[in-house]
Design a protein around this ligand. Sequence first.
Ligand SMILES: [Zn+2]
Length: 166
Amino acid sequence: MFIQQLKKFFLVVVILSSFLLTYLWYKDYSFNSNPLSKEIQIKVYEKHQKLKYLTNKYFNIKRVFPITITDELDSSRYGMAVYSKNGQINLYLNKKRFKENENYMINDVMPHEYAHAIMFALGNFSNENQGHTKKWQEICKKLEGLRCDRFVNHQDILIEKTNLFK
Ligand SMILES: [Zn+2]
C-alpha cells in the first residue's frame, strides 16, 4: 500500500516537473524572440507616462493612446500612428529599430508618433506633407520631441476612411 502511494507521488512529481520544464523553456523562448530588455521596456513606459502628462497639460486630452512595440512593421519604418474607423487611435513602434538606437526611438520617434495621435484626437486629419503640418510640428515640440522635422520622408500615418471625411 505504501509503495503504491510512493509510486503515485513520484508520478505526480514527474508530471509537475515536466510542466515546469516546459514553462521554463517557453519563458526562455519568448525572451529570446523578444530582444527588448526589461530596461528598455521600463524606459518606454516612463516616456509614455511623460507623454500622457504633457498631452493632458497642453491639450487637455486625458485620453491614452496605446503603444504597441512590434516586429511586424517593415524595417524602413520607425513607427506608425493609426486612426481606425471606430475612432480608435493606436501607435506602433518598430521593435527592430530599437536594437540600433533606443534613445532615438524613445526621445524622437515616441513624441513624433504621439503628436500624430493628438492631431487625430483633435479631429485634424490633414494629409498635407504626409501629416507633418505646421500644427503637428507645434504639438511635437510641446511633447519635447528632439527633432520635430516637418520634412521627414517616411509615410507613418494611416487613416481608415470614416464619416469624418464626408
Ligand atoms: Zn510622422
